[in-house]
Design a protein around this ligand. Structure first.
Ligand SMILES: [Zn+2]
Length: 291
């Protein structure tokens, strides 16, 4: 097994106080001993023969269990590294880095329920041009106390925005999204941004650029440690086209880093929204209403 994966295991076992030596990516006897006591503690999840498995298979089973305990779908804990384990592991890495699950991991039913209760309805007809405002809204900083002061409790003060052009769920494009559940305080600003996107690009170009591929907004989820919340918990962050803007992709790979999206970002930034892609060069799918 590769060093980076062994380090993930060592870190986990160290957090669980089963392992106290260096996080060095070397599966020596200390690491294997800790792995085995961990597997022992999860014995119910494993078939009887696991103690006779070779070292690598135990390590894979350890990763599968770590993912499973994080409520990531892993399938059978069999110590075999297949596609499902690979996807679960990627999701776990995303969670380690962001304290939230990647958008594609989210429960689809939940997202459908939240966004498309009126699937049959047409997108809102524009009655007038979006209001031109003098200055951008003053969003709070991204820290939890500032967020609570400004937005209230996670999951509170929610409303629906009827989107000015049709959106589709990114992971199931046959599901149309005609409204987005968002925080009351971002509603008008979001409406202005999307109307300007429509004005600037038009429906055809929007489709071509995947600006209609919606990856989620409201998703009330605790962050690591049980004390912090994901920004999606306040419904003040949106994800678009996640498969072409994957978390760890930088400018060289992420679609939204390309020049044809410059105006798209300007439209958000004029309203004060922040992009982790533009600021930190990762998670290009994600936009949030914070400073
Ligand atoms: Zn996001």
């Amino acid at each position: 097994m590769k060093e980076d994966k062994i380090k993930v295991i060592q870190q986990y076992l160290s957090d669980k106080e089963l392992y106290s030596a260096a996080i060095d990516g070397d599966a020596g006897s200390g690491t294997m001993k800790a792995t085995e006591s961990f597997l022992e503690s999860q014995d119910d999840e494993l078939n009887d023969g696991w103690k006779r498995w070779e070292q690598d298979r135990k390590l894979v089973a350890c990763i599968q269990l770590i993912c499973k305990l994080q409520e990531i779908e892993t399938g059978v804990i069999d110590g075999r590294w297949g596609q499902q384990t690979d996807y679960a592991y990627e999701s776990y890495l995303y969670w380690l880095k962001n304290n939230e699950m990647p958008p594609l991991f989210r429960d689809k039913e939940e997202a459908v329920e939240e966004t498309t209760r009126d699937v049959a309805a047409e997108p809102a007809k524009r009655t007038s041009s979006p209001t031109i405002i003098g200055s951008a809204p003053q969003w709070p900083a991204a820290g939890e106390s500032a967020l609570r002061r400004y937005y209230g409790q996670p999951g509170s003060n929610l409303t629906y925005l009827r989107v000015p052009y049709a959106h589709s769920l990114a992971w199931d494009t046959s599901t149309k999204v005609s409204r987005i559940k968002c925080h009351e305080k971002v509603h008008d600003s979001l409406d202005r941004v999307l109307n300007r996107v429509l004005d600037h690009y038009g429906e055809e170009k929007i489709k071509e650029l995947h600006l209609d591929l919606f990856g989620g907004c409201f998703n009330k989820r605790k962050m690591r440690g049980g004390s912090r919340w994901s920004l999606h918990s306040w419904a003040i962050a949106l994800d678009y086209d996640p498969s072409h803007n994957q978390l760890r992709w930088g400018r060289d790979k992420a679609a939204f880093a390309r020049p044809e999206y410059e105006q798209w970002w300007k439209l958000w930034e004029e309203e004060g929204w922040s992009s982790l892609g533009r600021k930190k060069n990762y998670d290009w799918m994600h936009i949030q209403a914070t400073k």
